[in-house]
Design a protein around this ligand. Structure first.
Ligand SMILES: Cc1cc2nc3c(=O)[nH]c(=O)nc-3n(C[C@H](O)[C@H](O)[C@H](O)COP(=O)(O)O)c2cc1C
Length: 198
């Protein structure tokens, strides 16, 4: 989170976990990220499209996959989108996020988006997706979005309203989490100093 003209500006990064390039899932993530940027200002959102990496997400030596991880770690607001596969997110997204350490996203706020065909799978956001993001340390201050395929054509409006309603909570959440993480690190350093020099 950076100060710009007195206000905080957030780096927005979208992660798209669809194995197919140029997917509707990608379009949803891009639309929401650009609405959030419209409310919050700052630079244009960055896309990390995992379809472009494919099997490289499993290769720890792959430069492009490592650069994609660095991009995600540099984000303040993460829009993380996946098609619903087997009542949860895609294996591609999970394989990519498994490269991150537990707690690696501390200081960032995340928004999960699932695109799916089955209304009875909408709880996958709360039951599967949010716990994954929390395990990675991200702050998830607002309800994620389960988008039915039948509702994709209305998503421009949905994204606009969602961004207006939640953008500031996301930034506040990320800033608070950032401060808490810094306090935690400083607290650990202080305890370490006390242990070394009681
Ligand atoms: C392998 C596979 C599994 C799927 N499983 C589900 C599912 O469990 N629930 C659901 O709502 N939709 C499921 N779908 C439908 C996809 O979620 C839907 O087609 C997808 O979100 C379309 O996104 P796209 O246009 O970005 O590819 C599945 C699709 C595929 C290919």
């Amino acid at each position: 989170m950076r100060a710009g003209g007195g206000a905080l500006t957030a780096t927005i990064v979208s992660v798209i976990g669809n194995p197919r390039p140029a997917s509707r899932t990608h379009a949803l993530a891009r639309t929401l990220a650009s609405e959030l940027a419209g409310v919050l200002g700052g630079g244009p959102p960055l896309d990390v499209d995992l379809a472009a990496l494919g099997p490289a997400v499993l290769d720890p030596a792959d430069d492009r996959a490592n650069a994609a991880i660095d991009d995600v770690l540099a984000g303040d607001l993460l829009v993380i989108a996946s098609p619903t596969y087997k009542a949860t997110y895609s294996g591609l997204l999970k394989a990519f996020l498994d490269r991150l350490d537990t707690g690696a996203l501390a200081g960032a706020a995340a928004v999960p988006i699932l695109l799916g065909g089955a209304p009875n799978h909408q709880l996958a956001i709360d039951v599967h997706f949010v716990p994954l993001l929390l395990e990675l340390g991200a702050h998830v201050p607002a309800r994620g979005l389960f988008v039915l395929e039948a509702d994709v054509s209305q998503f421009d409006d949905t994204a606009k309203q969602w961004a207006r309603a939640h953008a500031h909570a996301l930034v506040d959440g990320a800033a608070l989490a950032d401060r808490a993480t810094t306090d935690e690190i400083e607290g650990d350093a202080q305890r370490e100093r006390q242990r070394a020099h009681p």
